[in-house]
Design a protein around this ligand. Structure first.
Ligand SMILES: [Zn+2]
Ligand SMILES: [Zn+2]
Ligand SMILES: [Zn+2]
Ligand SMILES: [Zn+2]
Length: 258
């Protein structure tokens, strides 16, 4: 379910904003209380609220003193008293994002903001920031859109990690594929999740070599022996601090399975 709500109070109100000084307004206004306790009082003039308090510490209804809404933040207070209410309600609300498909569970729109969530049932899917959500015709068997994520290769996986795991796909492709570049260490790099996906030495903690797998596809090999990745900002070594540069293009790579 959608947990968040936007509260709306509309009517003929007195609005008193107190902080370093005191302002009082009266008008037929609409007050919006957002889930983060930001309170915005809108009148008909312009796009800016006539009064507001962002991320208040508390927002309460305080009918005892005839104030319908009282928002407090430190020494600031915003009180809204409705003399005549046109409406006072709260509505389920979600983050707005780019539409990316349809929810297989409830049929509502799936939108992408930070992750992907359903506007209807509130289902959420975490997606990497660099993921591209595929068109609707590329849906997974479960009905969800697929996403393309570049981690050495371009992987097309279901939005739902529980359905199809990006980690498993990357592990399948690159686990033990690269040698640990640490002199004297004979280890392989394993694909692991430590926050993000990393290629880390199997001999950890004796060897703490590890690199975040860049968002890009492998396009060659670095002078240091590690792969290079074609990323949005150009080609780079798996080791972001490496200064060796690109030694040979992908075509020359034939003995990569040694
Ligand atoms: Zn849904
Ligand atoms: Zn799926
Ligand atoms: Zn190592
Ligand atoms: Zn390198």
């Amino acid at each position: 379910m959608i947990d968040d709500a936007i509260r709306v109070l509309a009517g003929d109100c007195t609005v008193i904003a107190e902080g370093t000084d005191r302002e009082e307004y009266r008008g037929r206004v609409t007050t919006i209380v957002k889930p983060d306790n930001s309170v915005l009082v809108h009148d008909t003039d312009g796009y800016q609220p006539v009064a507001w308090l962002t991320r208040a510490d508390s927002v309460s209804s305080d009918r005892a003193n005839d104030f319908t809404l009282v928002a407090k933040k430190g020494t600031q207070t915003l009180r809204i008293a409705a003399h005549e209410q046109d409406g006072f309600a709260h509505y389920p609300a979600s983050t707005a994002g780019t539409p990316v498909g349809q929810c297989p569970d409830c049929g509502s729109a799936l939108v992408r903001s930070k992750g992907v969530h359903c506007v209807g049932c509130g289902d959420r899917y975490g997606v990497p920031a660099d993921a591209t959500i595929r068109e609707e015709q590329c849906n997974c068997d479960c009905g969800l859109p697929r996403m393309r994520v570049e981690r050495g290769l371009a992987f097309d996986v279901c939005l739902d990690r529980g359905c199809e795991s990006l980690d498993a796909a990357v592990r399948e492709a690159f686990d033990r594929e690269w040698d640990c570049p640490e002199p004297g260490c004979e280890g392989d790099l394993r694909i692991l999740r430590r926050g993000g996906l990393i290629a880390g030495c199997e001999h950890y903690p004796d060897c703490d070599t590890g690199f975040a797998v860049p968002a890009g596809v492998v396009d060659g090999e670095c002078g240091c022996g590690l792969p290079t990745f074609e990323t949005r900002s150009g080609s780079r070594c798996l080791d972001a601090t490496c200064e060796k540069g690109i030694a040979k293009p992908l075509e020359a790579e034939s003995a990569a399975d040694d």
